[in-house]
Design a protein around this ligand. Structure first.
Ligand SMILES: CC(C)(COP(=O)(O)OP(=O)(O)OC[C@H]1O[C@@H](n2cnc3c(N)ncnc32)[C@H](O)[C@@H]1OP(=O)(O)O)[C@@H](O)C(=O)NCCC(=O)NCCS
Length: 156
């Protein structure tokens, strides 16, 4: 299976949104209260994502041969991973690990980042542990009820 990796351009926003919303509906929304869904999905709309790319947030993408988007890892402030999705059929093939490596290398090269953070869905906590993250504290509940696990990684 050939997967190509590259940084997103503004015109990729629609494909990113489609993948992010599909994976979120399948894996994240079932574990969250209904009140959290709308704002979570709103942040994955093409217009919002395009604005973020234009504002300099870095979306690393994985494309399957044939031009299908199969993975995304988005970093803000060169230190906070805020979107991390791989198409369900391709889970477990190392795509997230490659995306994370690219996102981390990019932030280190651009800003010398040593401390990375994220707020994890329940299903992704074991994956992030494999990538070197540890829990930062108790579960966090946002105003709209979204429940996440804050995690961090400190580079040596
Ligand atoms: C989290 C997610 C992006 C991982 O993508 P993936 O491509 O399947 O992950 P990889 O195959 O690269 O695996 C990365 C590491 O996690 C481990 N891993 C993968 N799935 C795992 C699971 N369900 N349980 C435990 N470990 C797992 C792998 O063994 C690998 O570790 P290793 O390299 O040391 O062997 C994917 O499962 C996903 O899109 N989940 C739904 C959306 C989501 O919850 N995203 C996180 C939002 S905070």
């Amino acid at each position: 299976m050939l997967i190509r990796y590259r940084l997103a351009r503004p015109q990729d926003a629609r494909a990113i949104g489609v993948l992010a919303r599909r994976v979120t509906r399948r894996w994240i929304l079932p574990e969250q209260p209904a009140s959290a869904a709308a704002s979570l999905l709103y942040g994955m709309g093409a217009r919002v994502i395009r604005r973020k790319i234009l504002a300099g947030q870095r979306f690393q993408l994985a494309w399957q041969d044939g031009g299908r988007l199969v993975g995304v890892a988005a970093m803000r402030d060169e230190s906070h991973l805020f979107q991390f999705f791989v198409g369900t059929r391709l889970h477990g093939h190392g795509i997230a690990r490659r995306l994370w490596q690219r996102a981390m290398d990019d932030a280190v090269r651009r800003a010398g980042t040593r401390h990375f953070t994220l707020n994890s869905s329940a299903m992704a906590v074991p994956v992030y542990r494999h990538l070197g993250f540890v829990c930062s504290g108790p579960l966090k509940i946002s105003d709209n009820g979204l429940v996440t696990q804050p995690m961090h990684l400190d580079r040596p």
